[in-house]
Ligand binder design. Structure first.
Ligand SMILES: [Zn+2]
Length: 721
């Protein structure tokens, strides 16, 4: 499925699912239980975060919780964890796997429990109290993690075990836990000398400041570079609702009577698909593509400084460059591997892009004889062709996607067919908002698997996008079963009509549920390795893979039914839907690949070899990789490429395509082996979905597939083969 639509967790990085990466383990010591408190006749209210919940699956007591409970719980959680870690570090007994690694996995129970509830609420149902706590506690939590990771006596114990790991008789999972912990500590600087650690800390501070300033300038420029229009006629072609929005945006800036087109993060702008006036398109495009190049919001110096600081940190930590440092911790392992995969996609992409360009060029010359196709023409003529050739009306399509039907007869049905699991709604579990629904999930033998919270509807207290999160991680060591959440921003139904979804939202539902399965199927001992605790370039594989079942004919036929008549979607409509989905695939992949290469090129040089100039470096990158296509600029240019400067995607933007290669290739395995069967589903569950991070992702995948993944299936799915 192309990555073109705006919005949700599966799309290109404007949003993505929340990883539960904060692992802070812990023994619950000295916690007074609720019964004792009441037995003493005290009327003082007990903070529900400070003790294990007596509810099924240990779910949070949302019925008793107040947002101002978090401060006390975070403070006590950090205090307790530090005390526990000190006891582990100061143990006079020689280090063993049990008294060090397993003790660490069990430490920090209060903090862990608190952070899980807190991160779910902060994103899904936030308020001023939570936002204040976030601003206050983010630096405290970062310092808390450093205090543990860089504790010399603790690292000495971990290292002693790591150095003797061959003789400790560890099983695969234990070995993985030890290696993972050691690697993470070393990557944070635990193995360096004290002066070197000081240099890393100083570098961390310098980078944090540069990131904050970059974030500020990129946001400021998005506002400053918004295009102000004096004449309504220039907006000809733009839908009425967008024109009204532009007028409102102008009023909000004190420019009543004018129109303002705000900029989106990407180089291409949505309005370019509609604006009939060619000069207006050119103006909007140029405002977007030349962002942050001059004036108060110029980011040139800052991006060069970030590249340098990253290269210097990599060197301090023993790596040749930032990409080598970053990729060491991923499935791809090296920049060469990631680049190799990207390079294999270039020829087919360029061929298709040129075909698309000539089709659009013809259409342009019908309007402007002799004109040459420019980047600001692309979206407009693509939309003209899309309308003429596919005649797709999204409001017609939505009549066939009723939310509850898509959930039960689509998402749940597919999971039952593949994995034998079943679902029962529970009304006795406290929730944080009345829109939240809770389902208990059962294995084929009726044993309980976990709980699933579904929070689908948009509201002001929720951030944008869609994501998966966890209220409890599965762990054999802690005897916990998984409690997962899926959150989205689907429009809430009106009192008389059911909630109807777009085809994009249907896919989002399958996507997030794929992450949920990764959490629910987890069958591991150690919480640090549970569920979605896998490398960044592997974590989207289970979710993107699950999207495929939305199109499986037997599944589609069940859920895609008219909400009033119950009639299945007509074949002709489905066909138009499928063909339109492949349209413009060359462009989408080309702008994506260009951004992936650009990201990698900025991060593959030692500090001394970094360029002093941004534009020429950018141009030579595009040229080197065969993507210097005039009409197709990178999805983001260097100066406003937030993913790589201020988000966690430096030397990692390729992850989206890497995961897509895997999920397409895994789906191809299903097609080659009898398709959607219980047996095939069980195999994926046993070999991949239940394994969390207990084994290297590449090895897990290779075992499942019998070979490494190739991009062939991806190119075919995107219509490029
Ligand atoms: Zn995702």
């Amino acid at each position: 499925m192309p990555y073109q639509a705006a919005g949700f967790g599966r799309t290109l990085g404007d949003d993505m699912h929340l990883h539960n990466t904060i692992v802070v383990g812990g023994l619950a010591l000295g916690v007074m239980c609720a019964n004792q408190a009441s037995a003493q006749g005290t009327v003082e209210r007990v903070n529900p975060l400070l003790q294990p919940s007596p509810l099924p699956y240990g779910v949070p007591r949302f019925d008793q919780l107040r947002n101002d409970d978090f401060r006390a719980a975070l403070d006590q959680g950090m205090r307790e964890e530090l005390a526990e870690v000190d006891r582990i570090a100061d143990d006079t007994a020689p280090p063993t796997f049990a008294n060090t690694m397993e003790a660490l996995e069990q430490s920090g129970a209060v903090l862990r429990r608190t952070l899980r509830v807190y991160t779910v609420l902060l994103s899904a149902h936030s308020d001023e109290v939570l936002q204040k706590i976030d601003a206050e506690y983010s630096p405290k939590l970062a310092a808390h993690r450093d205090a543990i990771t860089l504790k010399p006596r603790l690292f000495a114990r971990v290292k002693s075990l790591y150095d003797r790991r061959g003789s400790l008789r560890l099983d695969t999972e234990q070995l993985q836990l030890l290696e993972e912990r050691y690697r993470n500590d070393v990557r944070a600087g635990a193995a360096l000398s004290p002066p070197e650690q000081d240099a890393v800390r100083a570098n961390n501070v310098a980078r944090a400041n540069a990131v904050a300033e970059l974030r500020r300038r990129i946001l400021a420029e998005v506002n400053a570079a918004a295009v102000v229009v004096d004449d309504r006629a220039l907006l000809d072609g733009l839908p009425e609702s967008d024109i009204a929005g532009a007028a409102a945006a102008a009023s909000a800036r004190g420019l009543a009577g004018k129109w303002v087109l705000p900029l989106q993060n990407t180089t291409q702008q949505p309005a370019l698909a509609y604006l009939r006036n060619r000069a207006m398109r050119e103006r909007l495009f140029k405002a977007s593509v030349s962002r942050n190049t001059s004036g108060a919001n110029d980011t040139t110096t800052l991006v060069l400084e970030m590249a340098r600081l990253r290269a210097e940190r990599a060197k301090l930590l023993g790596f040749s460059d930032h990409a080598a440092y970053t990729l060491d911790d991923t499935m791809a392992k090296s920049a060469e591997n990631a680049l190799g995969l990207l390079r294999r996609m270039v020829p087919a992409t360029v061929t298709r892009t040129k075909e698309e360009a000539s089709r659009l060029q013809v259409r342009l010359r019908m309007d402007v004889p002799g004109a040459t196709l420019e980047p600001w023409d692309w979206q407009y003529y693509a939309e003209q062709v899309r309308r003429a050739d596919y005649a797709l009306d999204e409001s017609e399509v939505r009549q066939y996607f009723e939310l509850d039907r898509v959930l039960r007869d689509g998402v749940f049905y597919a999971a039952t067919q593949l994995y034998g699991i079943t679902f029962r709604e529970r009304h006795d579990i406290p929730v944080y908002h009345p829109d939240v629904r809770v389902f208990e999930v059962f294995n084929a033998d009726s044993s309980p698997l976990g709980l699933l919270y579904l929070d689908y509807f948009a509201r002001p207290s929720k951030r944008g996008g869609a994501w998966m999160n966890q209220l409890a991680m599965q762990s054999g060591l802690l005897s916990t079963l998984p409690v997962v959440t899926n959150t989205a921003n689907f429009p809430k139904p009106s009192p008389n009509d059911p909630a109807l979804l777009t085809s994009d939202q249907v896919r989002t539902m399958f996507h997030e549920f794929g992450h949920a399965l990764h959490g629910l199927f987890s069958n591991v001992r150690y919480p640090s390795l549970s569920g979605t605790s896998v490398p960044r370039d592997f974590v989207e594989m289970p979710s993107q893979f699950n999207e495929h079942w939305a199109d499986e004919p037997s599944v589609f036929a069940r859920y895609a039914r008219h909400h009033r008549t119950g009639e299945p979607m007509p074949g002709a409509l489905k066909e138009r839907l499928d063909r339109a989905a492949l349209f413009n695939g060359g462009y989408a992949l080309a702008e994506m690949l260009a951004a992936c290469f650009l990201d990698m090129d900025w991060h593959m040089l030692p500090a001394a070899q970094l360029p002093a100039q941004v534009d020429s470096f950018e141009n030579s990158s595009l040229k080197t990789h065969g993507l210097e296509i005039r009409e197709v600029p990178p999805r983001y240019r260097t100066r406003y490429f937030q993913h790589i400067w201020t988000l966690a995607y430096s030397a990692g933007y390729y992850s989206y395509l890497w995961s897509e290669v895997l999920d397409s290739d895994a789906y191809a395995w299903f097609k080659e082996n009898g398709g959607m069967t219980r047996q095939n589903g069980q195999r994926l569950r046993d070999m991949v979905l239940s394994r969390g991070g207990t084994k290297e992702a590449a090895a897990l995948y290779r075992e499942f597939r019998g070979r490494d993944a190739t991009p062939d299936a991806l190119l075919e799915e995107r219509g490029l083969k």
